[in-house]
Design a protein around this ligand. Sequence first.
Ligand code: MLC
Ligand code: AMP
Length: 539
Amino acid sequence: MPKYPASIVEAFLTNCHRDPNKCCILFEGEALSYEHLRVEAARWCAGFRSWGLQRGDRVALFLENSPSFLAAYLGIYLSGGIVVLVNTQYRQVELRHILNDASVRICVTDPARRIELDRVLGELLALEAVVVVGGGSAGDASNTRARSITELDDQSFLAQGVDSSVDLPRSDAVALIGYTSGTTGRAKGAMLTHGNLAANSAAVIEAWHWTSEDVLLLTLPLFHAHGLGVGMHGTFLAGSTVHLRRRFDAADVYEALCRGEVSMFFGVPTMYTRLLTEARRRIDEGGPRPKPIRLYVSGSAPLSPRTFAEFEDVFGQRILERYGMTETMMNLTNPYDGERRPGTVGMPFPGQEARIVDVQTREPILDERPGEIQVRGPHVFKGYWQQPDATAAAFDADGWFNTGDLGWRSSDGYFTISGRARELIISGGYNVYPREVEEVLLTHPGVAEAAVLGLPHPDLGEQVVAVVVRRSDADGPTADDLVAFCRDQLASFKKPRQIFFVDALPRNALGKIQKHILKEQLERTTPGGDDGIREARVS
Ligand code: MLC
Ligand code: AMP
């Protein structure tokens, strides 16, 4: 098992001590050294402590990628707090649930997100303060007054100076809560300890030969396991450099690759297909070709063997595909040195275990036979926040975690993911739980029944589709009305991209909606045909 420190923040400080002037983050033309980021993190720590944050209190980060995100992130750990990650696209429904469920006391946000937060502020029962990073507040002050929530801009919050007293977190203390797996419509908070995060990151840097010389181009959002747990934790642990972007832009990434200024790129499959389109266009126009880099990694959703092959053809490099999840960070990886086999996710990271069990009997099964993937090791989370039953159900008696992903292992040890035991749509690397979207649709007065499912999509891998029974066809909501209704309440990536109207949903004898029948029907439907699907809206 790779050796690992008690926490990522401890590894960061060790690397800072070793080489304080080394560039840690390059962001929008500004280079921040390890020492610069340490001082910023110590200012956040001073701000949290003087505000009265107690050990174990939850602090939400609801802001875009930026050095401030990372300084606040490390500052929360230095002050003993627990980080709650919030997707920047989240809207009323998700914000209300996550911030209340985790009893968040402080939310760090930015002016754009402050507007959305403001819509639910009066309902966030534990929230006491909002810190707005960059550019002051765009919120409605009457809301903060109504609930006596303190609102501060980052400059006043950070005016306490620097708290460099070192009180490092213990390995077994909860570091962060990531919300995921809302099979019931409500996401659960996965608690990862400082030790989980450090152990996983140590395994990743060993497997991928990551060193302090590496320069990572990171365009993934920092509020998820991929961007934060893989990209940033690896950077802090290896003592390397990250070129951080606010968001993914294929042209910008292509140009950075042509300039040859980075050694690694991590992305979701949608980023790779967009990068391929960009490369073909540029090359057709006689533009430059990308310089080879040390490592391309794909994960968060299945990378099709076709994209793998096309990428090798155009970029001359074989993408390394790996598999992870919020509860565990990274589980399986194709080998760095050996064969990177398309369509597979490789084998366990060093010091971690994985196996396939029969879905019914829960007994381990032979290679080449399909079942559910289970994983075990120091990277596996502590449990779901305040959900002992869900936690108990997630593990077997020997501590194996049930991933809910289906797959098989080849006789030479490569795992392949073949499907999911739970209902989950992965769209462009973001997870969408059908139940959550159905619950919102059902609150619309014109909707009698709704079923949400995933259908293939060329850019996003899968797309969200809804099948709706209206209360009245004549003056019922249109597809556009329902899309707008969802976008108002949920993150925009969860909105259905297609809505089909039917007279009734297929149900079995117990009344359960038969989504597999709907899916087959939709995959061969032509809107306006004779299959009972009368209208479709495609966005
Ligand atoms: C954006 N949109 C999406 C979408 N992303 N719709 C469906 N699926 C998505 N993934 C919508 C927006 O809501 C918006 O709609 C419109 O597209 C434009 O938004 P945008 O922000 O300009 O989109 P774009 O930049 O094109 O984003 C695409 C993307 C992004 C692929 C760059 O989705 C992305 O960064 N995905 C990565 C997600 C990730 O990090 N996953 C890791 C999870 S951790 P409208 O209607 O409002 O205009 C995990 C574990 C592991 O899974 O193994 O890693
Ligand atoms: P999340 O819980 O949001 O972290 O999403 C994790 C899920 O993403 C996993 O349970 C898988 O279903 C999926 N996933 C991650 N990496 C891959 C991959 N390389 N191939 C297929 N699915 C993946």
